[in-house]
Design a protein around this ligand. Structure first.
Ligand SMILES: Nc1nc2c(ncn2[C@@H]2O[C@H](COP(=O)(O)OP(=O)(O)O)[C@@H](O)[C@H]2O)c(=O)[nH]1
Ligand SMILES: [Mg+2]
Length: 295
């Protein structure tokens, strides 16, 4: 039985997962590599590259919402429960996918799938264990615009950590949409996010706030909560947690830049040991080994 290799692309809705998948597919094509693209977002529609396998052929969110009168989140959970009951839909075609392929799984963004109910962990187990035994790497995308709001960034970092702990796969974290923050954030400042520097959470501004709130929040109310000792302790605890686990550092993704896409692919390849499996072998390799052993 040959080996199989894949990556599962996760992260909040709108983080740029599908766009990254397209860029990855284009990059693989440019490098004469094969891929097998699976869409598991039952609400996704427009694709630059048509998926080789699409959950919508099994079930669509639209139908579920209409027929079962579920909202979008409940409907999505239902779609995945249905997928788990019909795992053949995904495992059968994957039986045929050879070791030269990179299997790319494009996920929906709802965090519930990774945390509240262990749906994605169950799916990942089915793919990485048993017959298929796919060597997989999880890629978690967080959009770089989050770094303008530290609290948002650390909340995103925590959700990345939580997803990673749940799926138990080698992983890479990716800061997507770097084009949107280019020139807006000093390189040195950016570095504190790439390798999250927990002192970012401890920098207290003049206002006594850890960060400045913008729209939609009653300033007085926030001040009460945020300036309190308890909030400071919570922030430090969260920071310490991230630091202790050393779980999170980010790769920068500029999806328009082929080198950037290529660099991320190398990390994924390393994590799944793709290249080791693809080492070209001299036709006589096997023979020589035998001779050595005999001699
Ligand atoms: N500026 C910019 N926009 C992006 C980038 N990647 C994705 N987007 C946009 O962000 C939106 C969501 O992207 P999509 O790939 O569908 O996100 P998904 O929900 O995570 O699959 C779309 O409007 C994309 O055009 C990027 O690298 N830079
Ligand atoms: Mg998508």
């Amino acid at each position: 039985m040959g080996s199989k290799y894949g990556t599962i692309i996760m992260g909040p809705a709108g983080a740029g997962k599908t766009t990254f998948c397209s860029a990855l597919i284009q990059h693989l094509r440019n490098n004469k590599r094969s891929c097998y693209y699976i869409n598991l977002d039952p609400a996704a529609e427009d694709f630059v590259y048509e998926p080789d396998l699409d959950i919508k052929e099994l079930i669509t969110l639209e139908d579920v919402m209409e027929e079962l009168h579920l909202g979008p989140n409940g409907g999505l959970i239902y779609c995945f429960e249905f997928l788990l009951e019909n795992l053949d839909f995904i495992t059968d075609p994957l039986e045929q996918v050879g070791e030269e392929y990179l299997i790319i799984i494009d996920m929906p963004g709802q965090i519930e799938l990774y945390t509240h109910v262990p749906i994605v962990p169950s799916l990942v187990k089915a793919l990485t264990k048993g017959n298929l035994n796919i060597s997989m790497c999880a890629a978690y995308l967080l959009e770089s615009t989050f770094i303008v709001d530290r609290a948002k960034f650390f909340a995103g970092t925590l959700s990345a950590m939580s997803a990673m702990l749940m799926v138990e796969l080698p992983h890479v974290n990716i800061l997507s949409k770097m084009d949107l923050v280019k020139g807006q954030v000093a390189r040195k400042e950016l570095k504190r996010y790439i390798e999250p520097d927990i002192s970012l959470l401890q920098d207290v501004g003049d206002s006594g706030l850890v960060y400045e709130y913008k729209d939609g929040v009653d300033a007085g109310q926030v001040e009460e909560v945020v300036a309190g000792d308890a909030f400071g302790r919570l922030n430090r605890a969260v920071g310490q947690l991230i630091d202790d686990f050393s779980l999170v550092s980010f790769l920068k993704l500029d999806v328009q830049d082929e080198d950037s896409v290529g660099a991320i692919l190398s990390y994924i390849d390393d994590a799944i040991q793709f290249h080791e499996a693809q080492e070209p072998r001299e036709p006589n390799d096997d023979l020589e080994v035998e001779e050595h052993e005999m001699g």
